[in-house]
Design a binder for this molecule. Structure first.
Ligand code: ZN
Length: 116
């Protein structure tokens, strides 16, 4: 599973921070995930217990913030929401645009550490 690999990277990064600060565990981890990032929230939530098992992050809540993918359309002079089947055209006026302004995000936004 693709998501498991990504989450293993997240867990490794959070574990390093937690260890460097002497935390005894992690309460919650925040992720920002774009709708064009190639991952799905259900799959991420499903893989989370596996990714964290036996680590310092075990038992932490995963909080996902979904970022709607958007392109900039020069014809509309506006950002337009696109779905995951985006085909390089503006969904409003069909002007070709490959100018993705958001949607590829996959990043850790915060980790609430436990220190007692
Ligand atoms: Zn347009």
């Amino acid at each position: 599973m693709h998501e498991l690999g990504l989450l293993t990277g997240v867990v490794t990064a959070v574990t390093q921070v937690a260890e460097s600060r002497g935390a005894t565990g992690v309460e919650k981890v925040g992720l920002r995930v774009g709708t064009m990032s190639g991952t799905h929230e259900e799959a991420l939530c499903g893989a989370w217990p596996l990714a964290t098992q036996g680590t310092l992050v075990d038992g932490a809540i995963l909080e996902i913030e979904t970022i709607q993918a958007q392109v900039w359309c020069p014809q509309c002079e506006a950002k337009q929401d696109i779905d995951e089947f985006f085909a390089l055209v503006c969904p409003q006026c069909s002007t070709p645009t490959g100018n993705l302004v958001s949607g590829k995000e996959f990043e850790v936004t915060f980790a609430d550490l436990r220190d007692n």
